[in-house]
Design a protein around this ligand. Structure first.
Ligand code: C2E
Ligand code: CA
Ligand code: CA
Ligand code: CA
Length: 281
């Protein structure tokens, strides 16, 4: 009836406006999050399947709000991207990640590869390579110890720009990984055109690998194709020993997932590194 429809509409607008308030509050909070030091970096280990040793870590952002909540990136990165705040935030992440990597070296750890996620907006900045050069210089990190992750989606948005930008970054000597690979509908052919080092297989293909023969077939195909193009492969979302063993059998280069370690604080990562000797029997 009309009345019911009216009610539903009423509830809908109310929900919408409280969503707007929530969004506005979050945007205001996010504006000050960097200077108030509320953003925290976590690090998730990446393990080499050929050596069983820790290869590096991916930097993942968390927001510790003043009211004691921890907000996950899926909840605030999209807003940071819409508002452009991802530019200063992303630059802060890059600097901090390189500083932590330096701290690990100073703590006696070998130089690992630190991975940092790049948003499309950062990647579109023409002077982004200058930012990278400056951060490397200021922190004293070697270029080959830094890996920049861009999503498959960002990479194929503007192929011409990507080829040029990635070329400049590769000239600096940093590594490039294509994130969330396999979920886009793009052809695999463009991979050949882009100067990248690593392909990260999306967790959706790994999670059901053992039970789901399609997931297994896709992982296998991505690994084989990447290797034939001279690229290494990191499988994300590895949660079980069975998945680890299967990926090792498929000659996947590295894994990242809850099985070998959840995202953790920098201090935890140092302790983790000292404790773990080898993942592969
Ligand atoms: P991503 O780059 O694909 O990062 C991997 C996500 O998978 C992380 O979620 C990680 O915690 C999660 N993950 C890792 N292992 C497993 C596993 O075994 N099982 C399952 N179910 N999940 C696993 P997180 O930390 O919530 O980050 C979500 C996304 O937010 C990231 O996806 C990335 O796109 C974005 N993000 C995080 N930090 C940054 C940042 O500093 N800058 C930018 N631009 N984006 C970021
Ligand atoms: Ca990533
Ligand atoms: Ca990913
Ligand atoms: Ca993702």
């Amino acid at each position: 009836t009309k009345e019911n429809g009216g009610n539903r509409l009423g509830i809908y607008t109310e929900a919408l406006s409280s969503k707007r308030v929530e969004r506005f509050n979050m945007e205001t909070g996010l504006r000050y999050a960097v200077e108030r030091q509320e953003l925290v970096l976590h690090f998730q280990p990446q393990v080499s399947l050929s050596t069983g040793k820790v290869y590096g870590a991916e930097t993942l952002l968390r927001w510790h709000t003043p009211d004691g909540k921890i907000i996950q990136p899926d909840e605030f990165i999209p807003l940071a991207e819409e508002t452009g705040l991802i530019i200063p935030i992303g630059q802060w992440v890059l600097e901090q990640a390189c500083m932590e990597c330096k701290r690990w070296i100073n703590a006696g750890m070998p130089a690992l590869v630190i991975s940092v996620n790049l948003s499309a907006l950062q990647f579109q900045q023409e002077h982004f390579p200058d930012i990278v050069r400056k951060v490397l210089k200021d922190t004293g990190i070697q270029p080959h110890n830094l890996c920049l992750e861009i999503t498959e989606y960002t990479a194929v948005q503007n192929l011409e720009h990507s080829i040029r930008m990635l070329g400049e970054l590769v000239d600096i000597g940093v590594k490039i990984a294509i994130d969330d690979f396999g979920i886009g509908q793009s052809s695999l052919l463009w991979l050949k055109k882009l100067p990248v080092h690593t392909v990260k297989i999306d967790p959706s293909f790994i999670l059901n690998m053992i039970e789901d023969s399609d997931g297994d077939a896709i992982a296998k195909a991505v690994i084989e194709m990447s290797h034939s193009l001279g690229l290494s492969v990191t499988a994300e979302g590895v949660e079980t020993e069975g998945q680890l063993m299967r990926l090792q059998q498929l000659q996947c280069d590295r894994i990242q997932g809850f099985y070998t370690g959840r995202p953790m604080s920098s201090d935890h990562f140092i302790a983790y590194f000292q404790e773990i000797s080898n993942w592969v029997g």
